[in-house]
Design a protein around this ligand. Structure first.
Ligand code: ARG
Ligand code: ZN
Length: 848
């Protein structure tokens, strides 16, 4: 039976909880099908904000409850518990039974390969025991675990342990979403770290026996993160131990539970044989992200889930800074812009658009989005750019000082900047409340020896927000003279009006403007320009982001014209890219990025905005034509690049080595268009690392030739579940448009398609939706296949089903046939009687 339509929760309805929690004691008697959880909790009335005593609880079988030792009989519903309580501090005790083995949703306490583990953010703790499961209730926790498993972990510092039990104490008050428990047959990869004040910390990465050889990289990343947070933010670690656990069945990437981070095994386990350079970089970044949460998230947490960006936007921003420091700021900024455009702009320009700080939700798990995370990070980057580095550091120091131990809001965050700088940030706050990607247009004027930039901004309507106010936009600008010499180094213009002009005096000749350097704001820029100017910026811009962006914008316009007017690939573009490819003064990683093209999804959105109905096949064909033309145009240079990028000696995952492989593999992809896959087949056969092996396989599959290698790959990697995810994913991602849905379907019938594992499900269906032309191929087979599988997955794992349903979020761009097909799929899902609240909310928002 479907519940009554779940009601949204509103930010404006926030009320503090009527009680404080002074301490929490939990005892777990672990049993796969019948775990007992005994809670003893000290509550005291909140005199500042009296309110009813209502605890959250879902799927719990209450055995008994007592207050101050006397039995009570609370009123229990599907989602809550209430009872009479004294008007004075009291001790609550209760025992519940739960069934981890039956928990396929992977929220609360569940089993993964026989290992007990938890995921409590956002609202999973209520599936463990009755509790005020909200982030503004913070308390110290003591935990006793009883089982015959060899390893039993929880938050904080270890306490007594013996035959069949282990105790843990976390002295730092925390909200329940940061609670964690792990128990199983695990082995540790240990290390130590000395904090700058001399505290000795025991570090461990806990894995299944056999995975010990994949921990070294994660451990190095952890130590680097700990050091970096001390050096850059002055933040030191605050417990005796820091544990990381790798878990195969996990809905998201990782979780920052206090002192006991739990990771999707794909986000922590690494080895040269089994992990690509992209995996190494991602693992380093996610380890850092979760570690950085210890201060931005745990010591200072969120008052309520509407403030999620307070911890996520800031922590993403911090992990981006870290990766830039460890590797290359230029390359990282370009990578981040690519991700933002692919995921956040897509979200922000469709039916799922929402502000960085949403004002209502039905299911909070649906708001762990690119907007909250990545746009949330961009907003912090803009703030830093506006106030300057020194003021940013001062503001952060004040933030940690003022709010340590508190559950805070975006208002608290902005106030710290206002108090530090004396600025009024009320207009800036629109970045948190207004959804949608601002459109920024610029025109240039040269009059009486003065150069003018005239800007206009406009943010299109989004669901529930028809009208938008002008935003504060930091626009980093530099000027070049027509020879390509910089005549004005980067200066940040502060745009606050709908229309605003800036004048530049003292120039001898009309300059060339480099606008929105370093991608200084998450906006869509339109600028009248010509091929010669673009080529000049590609060759001479001192700002690496805009040097890359000039080529990217050039490719985008060219591809749009190829689709709409059948224009041929232009040699001006090919020449300019070739010049970058040959420029040995440029970092190989940067040159690899310069060879990349805008995504087909991005092209579809751009065409749609320019008044066309995008045809995914026509877009695919245009990209194929351009890639072929690039290969031909560069054919004399490519073999030399391939040769130059070869590296001797054992695999090293550092940024410089990875950059060389990245350029070599970009060249290989082009060479494969010319040699029928000969070089790629040779690389596949000789590769001694996953980056080279997988890239070669991708080249072959892309030209329709990799079947034998795909079989060999499977034979080689059958035993490795993480590598097998790549095998599943790549075949769909690289399938020709007319074959993608068939290949995906065939893979769902593979005995190794363990679809209840989120990584495996996403490998097939995330790749299907990422293959734009394949997903949208005529006939709608891809839509129907995904719809059926979402329905099936929703019954066991609503959170992952809801997330993958975003494959449909762009549906209104397309023609009437495709829209009708997708609408039918969404309506079929919506009509399912037992559809989860998670997926129901997503489908409803997409249909509205
Ligand atoms: N806080 C985690 C992170 O970003 C993400 C956990 C999200 N979990 C969820 N069920 N929505 O590091
Ligand atoms: Zn996070």
């Amino acid at each position: 039976m479907k519940d009554a339509t779940p009601q949204p929760v509103y930010l404006r309805d926030y009320r503090p909880f009527g009680y404080h929690v002074d301490e929490v004691h939990l005892t777990f008697r672990l049993d796969p099908g019948a775990t007992r959880v005994i809670a003893r909790i000290r509550f005291s009335p909140n005199r500042d904000a009296p309110g009813p005593f209502v605890l959250d609880g879902e799927g719990l079988d209450l055995k008994w409850a007592r207050i101050d030792g006397a039995a009570i009989y609370p009123e229990v519903t599907e989602t809550s518990l209430t009872c009479e309580v004294p008007d004075a501090p009291f001790t609550w005790e209760a025992e519940v039974e739960i069934d981890p083995a039956a928990n396929t949703a992977l929220e609360g306490l569940y089993l993964s390969n026989g290992m007990f583990c938890t995921q409590c953010e956002a609202e999973g703790f209520r599936r463990i025991t009755y509790y005020p499961d909200r982030p503004d209730v913070m308390a110290p926790f003591s935990v006793r675990i009883e089982s015959d498993l060899p390893v039993m972990l929880s938050n904080g510092n270890p306490g007594a342990a013996g035959e069949g039990f282990a105790e843990w104490h976390d002295p730092w008050p925390k909200p329940a979403y940061l609670f964690a428990l792990v128990a199983g047959d695990l082995v540790a990869y240990p290390d130590r770290f000395t904090t700058r004040s001399g505290r000795d910390v025991a570090l461990n990465i806990w894995v299944r026996p056999g995975d010990e050889g994949k921990c070294a990289w994660g451990m190095e990343a952890l130590k680097a993160s700990m050091r970096w947070d001390e050096e850059v933010y002055g933040r030191e670690y605050d417990l005796e131990v820091f544990n990381i656990v790798a878990v195969d069945d996990f809905n998201m990437g990782a979780m920052e539970n206090k002192g006991l981070n739990i990771f999707n095994s794909s986000c922590v386990l690494a080895s040269a044989d089994t992990s690509t350079d992209a995996d190494f970089e991602r693992i380093e970044a996610i380890i850092a992200h979760e570690y950085f949460h210890n201060w931005t998230g745990n010591r200072i947490t969120c008052r309520d889930w509407f403030q999620l960006c307070l911890k996520e936007g800031l922590t993403v921003f911090r992990d981006q800074q870290f990766t830039g420091d460890m590797r290359s700021h230029a390359v990282k900024r370009i990578d981040d812009a690519i991700t933002l455009r692919a995921r956040q702009f897509r979200e922000d320009n469709g039916p799922l658009a929402h502000p960085v700080r949403p004002e209502s939700f039905v299911e909070i798990n649906n708001f762990y989005t690119a907007t909250v995370y990545e746009k949330g990070a961009e907003v912090i980057g803009m703030l830093k750019r506006l106030v300057g580095d020194a003021a940013y550091s001062k503001a952060l120091a004040l933030y940690f000082d003022r709010h340590d131990g508190q559950a805070c809001t975006i208002e608290d965050w902005l106030k710290v900047f206002e108090d530090t700088t004396g600025r009024d940030l009320s207009q800036f706050k629109h970045w948190y409340s207004q959804a949608g990607t601002p459109r920024l247009s610029v025109t240039e004027e040269w009059r009486d020896g003065v150069f003018h930039l005239h800007f206009e901004q406009h943010t299109p309507p989004t669901p529930g927000q028809p009208d938008k106010a002008p935003q504060v936009i930091p626009i980093a600008v530099g000027l070049l003279n027509p020879n390509g010499d910089e005549v004005l180094p980067t200066r940040v213009l502060e745009m606050t009006e709908a229309k605003q002009s800036f004048a530049f005096e003292g120039l001898a000749t009309r300059p060339v403007a480099s606008v929105l350097r370093d991608f200084s704001a998450p906006v869509i820029l339109s600028q009248e320009t010509d091929n010669a100017t673009r080529a000049l910026l590609m060759a001479h811009d001192t700002d690496p982001f805009n040097k890359w962006e000039a080529g990217r914008a050039f490719a985008k316009d060219l591809l749009c014209r190829m689709v709409t007017d059948g224009a041929p690939p232009e040699s001006a573009y090919l020449d300019a890219v070739l010049a970058m490819l040959r420029d040995e003064g440029l970092d190989p990683a940067f040159r690899a990025l310069a060879l990349g093209l805008p995504s087909q999804d991005d092209l579809a959105q751009t065409l749609y905005e320019r008044g066309h109905t995008p045809d995914p096949l026509a877009i695919h064909d245009a990209v194929e034509t351009l890639v072929q033309a690039m290969a031909q145009h560069m054919q004399d240079t490519l073999p030399r690049i391939l040769a130059d990028m070869v590296q001797d000696g054992p695999f090293r995952p550092d940024a410089a080595s990875a950059g060389k492989r990245s350029l070599g593999n970009a060249a290989l992809a082009l060479v494969s268009r010319l040699d029928g896959g000969k070089a790629a087949a040779a690389q596949f056969a000789s590769a001694d690392n996953m980056t080279q092996q997988l890239a070669a396989l991708a080249c072959l599959l892309t030209i329709g030739k990799g079947d034998a290698q795909a079989r060999a790959f499977r034979d080689q990697w059958q035993h490795d579940r993480l590598v097998m995810n790549k095998w599943f994913g790549l075949q769909v991602a690289r399938a020709a448009p007319d074959r993608a849905a068939d290949i995906a379907e065939k893979l769902t019938r593979d005995p190794d398609f363990t679809w209840k594992n989120p990584n495996r499900f996403r490998a097939v269906f995330g790749s299907l939706s990422a293959n734009a032309a394949g997903f949208h191929a005529p006939g709608g087979k891809g839509y129907g296949l995904l719809g059926d599988w979402l329905g099936k997955l929703d019954a066991v794992n609503p959170q992952t089903a809801a997330r993958v349903s975003t494959a449909f979020e762009t549906w209104r761009r397309y023609d009437a046939d495709r829209q009708a097909q997708i609408r039918a799929v969404l309506e079929t899902l919506a009509a399912k009687p037992d559809l989860s609240r998670d997926t129901a909310e997503m489908v409803q928002r997409m249909l509205e």
